[in-house]
Ligand binder design. Structure first.
Ligand code: ADP
Ligand code: ZN
Length: 611
């Protein structure tokens, strides 16, 4: 950017958004738009992609057309822009006749800087008429959001996206800009090809999401695992992904009974119930959503503090996308994967039944398994998977680097104990039974079958039940055991399992377990608490809660989600700095000119304790 337009850009950024600097690659991305050069921008969720086309739309005359896959997303974006004093509109099938006519009139008068539309609007039936109407609106560029929807390699394939390249032919002078958070090379190539980007600038951002803490737990005592997580996030927003509708309903009901503010979400609910539950979450009427992966696209709530997966997704692309809904506001958040060996088997069966168990999906599934059973830094693992190098030695934000796991000494011997126990019970029992035998606590169930007399009874008596279950999962994922695909899966030995049982040198097993006693004085979550401490330092939490309540009230009156009013980051900053005048308030991160004028006095009143 020339220094003149750079200064102008920063001026607009401060005035309309209340931000003081651009983030990595935003300047380059804005440059590409201003220069009329096609571009593909890959930035992680929360990286600030929207600004890359919103700011240039203000810097130059003409209209920016933004293609967005979901009507609810569009609406929130437009509400946010309008709330900041920027002339923006959307045009979609959810709007009434009158509303649409008024937008068309506005377009003719060149009243808007940004117009949000669905892909169908441009390329579906009637698309031509719509494009013709847009001719008079001086379209300067097209921005395609969530551009990975164009690719079958992505996680949300939308066939209409494939025809978007054609839409630009209607505007010969306009440039085309694609944005996505999916970084894999094959998706990138697909986007460039399918959209017909010309001589595109490719900008691939720093991929790591440093504010997320990743943890992986073998499934053992799942409900307790959920409760531990919830205890760390009391009153905070979270999403729990389950693999079946039944599990969603069961867990949602039981959390509700335990006093949590929670709603279920899955494709088996009526449209009405689904929308109501989603809105309750977006509007902060509830904290938790228990959902199948049907829940997600269009979830713009930025203060999601944790995402729990009760079961492994089918690829790291999916995991990345789904877990990435945590911490979009840049504040610390937690992503926990609870997995079991049975997850992978279930995916395999499902993909096979659908005729989709291709080489690609097999590879994806194996990569997901590697992540789950891996014992290297999770941030490093993800960053490298998506083709970048990770330079930090320790991320300080994953179970491995936080020292929450430790390698099990002599893992091969432990594994062989497990395998021999599976053999002793004739490969006819599931993981919990095998674990019970190995721990050797006498019970009626065991003695009824004579399993308390087995030589493997009590072989791992010093380990906790969660630990032993963990070993079984890890051994399964590493290919020595295979659970059957029954309602109550039974553990079977694989060929490698048999080999290892016969010959301790036949395999290289690695096992980890939760670290027992904290080493070197640092408490288990010490490093993490330090990170939390930083972002909460000096924040008056009571005040923060009162500001949140005010935000909730205003949002409700305006029929928009609370994050459209202010982000948590902004409220925390207010509760830290306690501004006492409108001009002080204008210096708070995320408070632009319009918001200060419209909402400033209400927030100041709460800060000064007059309310
Ligand atoms: P993405 O679409 O890449 O997931 P968003 O565009 O929603 O991310 O941006 C995430 C958040 O970061 C938004 O609240 C946005 O306003 C904020 N943001 C974007 N750019 C900046 C910036 N330069 N400085 C401060 N905050 C920013
Ligand atoms: Zn790490």
């Amino acid at each position: 950017m020339s220094s003149a337009s750079s200064a102008e850009a920063l001026g607009l950024l401060e005035r309309f958004w209340g931000y003081t600097s651009l983030r990595p690659l935003q300047e380059e991305a804005i440059d590409a738009v201003l220069g009329g050069r096609d571009s593909l921008v890959v930035l992680p969720t929360g990286g600030g992609k929207s600004l890359c086309y919103q700011l240039p739309a203000l810097l130059r005359p003409g209209l920016a057309v933004v293609v967005s896959p979901l009507i609810s997303l569009m609406k929130d974006q437009v509400d946010t822009l309008v709330g900041n004093g920027i002339a923006a509109a959307c045009y979609n099938s959810a709007m009434g006749e009158d509303e649409r006519a008024s937008v068309v009139a506005g377009l003719r008068e060149q009243r808007y800087r940004l117009l949000y539309v669905s892909p169908e609007r441009l390329v579906g039936t009637g698309g031509e008429r719509f494009l013709a109407m847009l001719q008079s609106a001086r379209v300067r560029f097209l921005a395609v959001d969530e551009a990975h929807c164009i690719s079958q390699w992505g996680h949300d394939f939308r066939p209409e996206y494939r025809q978007l390249g054609r839409a630009r032919d209607a505007f010969p002078g306009a440039s085309l800009h694609a944005f996505t958070a999916t970084a894999t090379g094959r998706v990138r190539r697909d986007i460039i090809e399918q959209l017909g980007l010309r001589d595109a600038v490719e900008l691939v951002g720093p991929f790591d999401r440093a504010n997320l803490t990743y943890r992986v737990l073998p499934r053992a005592g799942f409900r307790r695992q959920v409760d531990e997580l919830l205890a760390r996030h009391r009153g905070e927003a979270g999403i729990i992904y389950c693999t079946s509708r039944k599990e969603v309903d069961g867990l949602a009901a039981s959390l509700h009974d335990a006093g949590h503010r929670v709603r279920p979400y899955h494709a088996g609910l009526s449209d009405d119930a689904r929308n109501r539950n989603q809105d309750a979450f977006l509007d902060e009427d509830v904290d938790l959503v228990v959902a199948t992966v049907a829940f997600g696209m269009g979830i713009d709530r930025s203060d999601v503090r944790f995402v729990l997966h009760a079961g492994a997704p089918r690829s790291l692309e999916h995991y990345q996308q789904e877990s990435g809904r945590a911490g979009r506001d840049g504040l610390e958040a937690e992503c926990v994967l609870v997995y079991s060996g049975a997850d992978f088997l279930r995916w395999r069966m499902m993909l096979e039944n659908a005729g989709e168990f291709t080489d690609a999906s097999r590879t994806s599934l194996r990569d997901m398994e590697r992540y789950a059973s891996g014992v290297t830094c999770r941030h490093r693992h993800l960053v490298q998977y998506f083709g970048e190098t990770y330079t930090k030695e320790r991320c300080g934000a994953c179970d491995v680097c936080l020292g929450e796991l430790e390698p099990v000494p002599d893992a091969v011997t432990v594994a062989r104990k497990v395998l021999s126990c599976v053999a002793r019970v004739d490969q006819r029992f599931g993981a919990s039974h095998v674990a019970a035998v190995l721990r050797g606590k006498p019970s009626e169930q065991l003695s009824a079958r004579g399993h308390d007399l087995l030589s493997t009874f009590g072989l791992l008596k010093d380990a906790s039940i969660a630990e032993v279950r963990g070993y079984i999962e890890q051994i399964s994922v590493q290919g020595y055991l295979r659970p059957t695909d029954d309602v109550y899966p039974v553990l079977r030995l694989t060929q490698s399992g048999l080999d290892l049982l016969r010959n301790p040198g036949a395999g290289d097993v690695q096992l980890v377990r939760p670290r027992q006693a904290p080493k070197g004085g640092g408490s288990r979550r010490g490093a993490e608490r330090e990170r939390d401490g930083e972002t909460w330092q000096g924040v008056d939490r009571d005040l923060f809660d009162r500001l949140r309540a005010l935000r909730h009230e205003i949002a409700r009156a305006r029929h928009v989600p609370p994050y459209v009013i202010f982000h948590d980051t902004t409220l925390r900053e207010m509760a830290r700095q306690r501004p006492s005048s409108l001009s002080d308030l204008r210096h708070i991160y995320g408070v632009g000119e319009r918001k200060a004028l419209e909402l400033g006095s209400q927030f100041l009143a709460v800060i000064q304790g007059q309310e």
